[in-house]
Design a protein around this ligand. Structure first.
Ligand code: C2E
Ligand code: MG
Ligand code: MG
Ligand code: MG
Length: 294
């Protein structure tokens, strides 16, 4: 082994390097080049209001560039790798700039001006001491109202370094941005922090939506989450709604805002216009959502 051959001896080829470590190194190198050449892509997934019967916003989702007909590497795979290095900062910045550019374009036209845009933030970004400086550096190039930009943060971001994250999150709220708690219910949800942090939106994770039809307990759980959101004056977005049956379930539970393949998959920005002007799949029930509106 390399160690037994002395401290100053470096082995270039490490046969023991696991397949996973190799893949990780590959992704890291590729991602560095992609960012250097400004080739990272962003897709946008619609968020639909059943009550308003139209798209009310989009979520920006980073995409590995498509090359040589190879399948794109999924963000679930490369985001955690980016988070292990400084690459996550450049990635986050690249996504934010593209998202802000789209949001700015929406201000120019009456049929897009109402749309909000959500951008995911990783805990690592929120923990960076220069996060707010970097943010202001980007935002000063744009004139859209800050209320139109939502930051999505997963609850696991509050597990470590919570003081720094909490301070930054409060600052973001004070600046006027909207805040969404992403993947709600999948981490170690503490109802205590829900009370103390200024979230406007709770996103119910897609794993709950998938289990709705088959599990009574899930039904009760989602019902409880919606009741809490109501009491705290937060709105709810149901993630991962794919089927009409799931849509009917979440509507029956009192959820108005829907994000999922039923209404729209993530699409490149060029396709947004035709999505929002097409007649959308008829909401099964233009029914009043069964929930005390606030
Ligand atoms: P997320 O923020 O919870 O985003 C929702 C994920 O669910 C997206 O996966 C979306 O494509 C997928 N999804 C939406 N509707 C449906 C549906 O009806 N069925 C199914 N099966 N899936 C649906 P995606 O794009 O692969 O992203 C995965 C995760 O990667 C995101 O989860 C987010 O945590 C992270 N991510 C994506 N873009 C960014 C980014 O720009 N920055 C950071 N920090 N994280 C990002
Ligand atoms: Mg998200
Ligand atoms: Mg989510
Ligand atoms: Mg997720």
């Amino acid at each position: 082994a390399a160690k037994s051959e002395g401290r100053n001896c470096y082995q270039l080829f490490v046969p023991s390097m696991s397949e996973q470590a190799q893949k990780q190194a590959y992704i890291q190198n590729q991602l560095r080049q992609i960012l250097e050449h400004n080739q990272l892509e962003v897709h946008y997934q619609g968020q639909y209001s059943v009550e308003e019967d139209r798209f009310i916003g989009f979520e920006a989702l980073v995409r590995w560039p498509q090359r040589d007909n190879q399948p794109r590497i999924s963000p679930a795979q490369f985001i955690p790798i980016a988070e292990q290095s400084r690459l996550i900062y450049d990635l986050g910045q690249a996504v934010l700039i593209q998202a802000c550019t789209v949001l700015q374009e929406w201000q120019e036209s009456t049929h897009t001006r109402h749309l909000t845009l959500a951008v995911n933030l990783s805990a690592k970004q929120l923990n960076a001491h220069d996060f707010l400086d970097r943010l202001e550096n980007i935002l000063c190039r744009f004139t859209f109202p800050f209320t139109k930009l939502t930051f999505e943060i997963t609850e696991t971001a509050f597990l470590e370094h919570s003081e720094c994250v909490t301070r930054t999150v409060n600052t973001l709220k004070a600046m006027g941005f909207s805040l969404a708690l992403d993947d709600f219910g999948t981490g170690y949800s503490s109802l205590n922090y829900l009370q103390n942090l200024p979230f406007d939106i709770i996103k119910i994770d897609q794993c709950f939506i998938q289990r709705l039809g088959t599990c009574n307990k899930t039904w009760a759980l989602v019902k409880a989450i919606i009741t809490i959101a109501d009491a705290f004056n937060m709105s709810i977005v149901a993630e991962g709604v794919e089927s009409k049956k799931q849509l009917e379930s979440v509507i029956a539970l009192g959820c108005d805002k829907i994000q999922g393949y039923y209404y729209s998959t993530p699409i490149p920005k060029e396709q947004i216009d035709s999505l929002i002007s097409s007649t959308t799949p008829a909401s099964p029930l233009k029914l009043t959502v069964n929930r005390s509106t606030n």
